[in-house]
Design a protein around this ligand. Structure first.
Ligand SMILES: *Cc1c(COP(=O)(O)O)cnc(C)c1O
Length: 371
């Protein structure tokens, strides 16, 4: 059993993916070839955002977004401590200060009720993460941002394809950023990412920043980065988009199969009714995680922890932790466990995972919420 089966995915799209790669090799425009604009148009149309800018990774998407907003030294950006390190990394790389706001223990996304207390005169933006594929509480977050004149960047690296109140993730706030890292719900075969916005000025700034701040050849009107997504990776995402909706249905099917076997028996990350998840991860909450992992290992079932240490407790980031810390994130970091997931995971495998998991986990944890 694989944690995420990328080979099965390739086999299904093989002909189309090969043809798309071949076409790039034939035309030879490896950087900023026609597939780049084609992908940007397809992705923009899909999300409803007016502009899509493909970039070299999800991390670069976050960095370029912050740069386009002019965020730098002395500025504060509010974010969650419970994410992949790239979220905070982009902030500190620009000399800005990440301000960590604790999470909702039910969904593991940033708790919007705790945000306002952390806003200061230096706050410039809020960067929520749509963790495990489920959008954060974007409506509440946007309302707070509007009251205080802040920008909202959704880190949607795990949630491309998810919906919230009928709208697509990546188009839920001023800026949305996603990643095409191979194991993300929509992945390429290397590194890639995209930024979404409906603000023409921001889009234009992001396009310049992506190519070293060039507005015209050798005219550098801004400080930028080398942040392009290459044509081959764009071609691969284009081929995979053709069956992405089918894959999302299969992810939902796999999640429903897990739910049916685990609901009421083990702690699950809660899902809200007004939004859908793309299940970048299917995550359970267990008390004796090391024991449970050992049992899964013994049965040759892969599992993963997203994430074992919240960012404010990472050695390089502890200087940005305040006295209150983030006790909920810390507690969840000790309990979350992600199970094998993906469109190609069959129900028999899911049944086997659940049997081993329930046997090892024993009684349900009382503090955990059900979807
Ligand atoms: C994967 C991920 C990123 C970074 O994306 P890369 O393409 O790997 O740079 C950022 N934030 C979150 C929440 C992620 O899961």
């Amino acid at each position: 059993m694989k944690f995420i089966d990328l080979k099965a995915q390739y086999q299904l799209g093989r002909e189309n993916i090969n043809a798309r790669i071949q076409a790039v090799l034939e035309h030879g425009q490896y950087i900023m070839g026609p597939e780049v604009a084609e992908l940007e148009a397809r992705l923009a149309a899909r999300t409803g955002a007016r502009h899509c800018i493909t970039v070299s990774s999800g991390t670069e998407a976050l960095l370029i977004s912050l740069m386009a907003l002019g965020i730098g030294a002395g500025d504060e950006v509010i974010t969650t401590p419970f994410s992949f390190i790239a979220t905070a990394e982009a902030i500190v790389l620009l000399g800005a200060t990440p301000v960590f706001v604790d999470i909702d223990p039910a969904t593991c996304n940033i708790d919007p009720t705790l945000i306002e207390a952390k806003i200061s005169g230096r706050t410039k933006a809020i960067m929520p993460v749509s963790l495990y594929g489920q959008p954060a509480d974007m409506e509440a977050i946007n309302a707070i941002a509007w009251r205080h004149g802040l920008s909202v960047i959704e880190d949607a690296a795990q949630s491309f394809g998810a919906t919230y109140g009928g709208k697509q993730s990546c188009n839920l706030s001023a800026i949305g950023c996603t990643s095409f890292f191979p194991s993300k719900p929509l992945g390429c075969y290397g590194d890639g990412g995209a930024i979404f916005t409906s603000d023409a000025q921001l889009a234009s700034a992001m396009r310049d920043i992506r190519v070293h701040g060039q507005s015209r050849r050798y005219v550098h009107t801004r400080i930028g980065v080398g942040g392009r997504m290459d044509t081959l990776q764009c071609a691969i995402v284009l081929a995979k988009l053709d069956y992405f909706d089918w894959e999302l249905q299969q992810r939902a099917r796999a999640a429903a199969s897990y739910d049916a076997l685990l609901s009421g028996k083990i702690g699950l990350v809660a899902r809200r009714r007004d939004r859908s998840s793309v299940f970048a991860q299917y995550t359970v909450v267990v008390e004796q995680r090391e024991r449970v992992r050992a049992a899964l290992d013994a049965a040759a079932i892969p599992s993963a922890v997203h994430y074992p240490v919240p960012m404010h407790l990472q050695p390089a980031y502890a200087r940005w932790s305040d006295a209150a810390g983030a006790p909920v994130a810390q507690a969840m970091a000790a309990r979350v466990l992600s199970l094998p997931m993906g469109p190609y995971l069959d129900d028999a495998s899911i049944a086997r995972v659940c049997a081993v998991l329930l046997d090892a986990a024993g009684a349900p944890a009382p503090s955990c919420s059900q979807p």
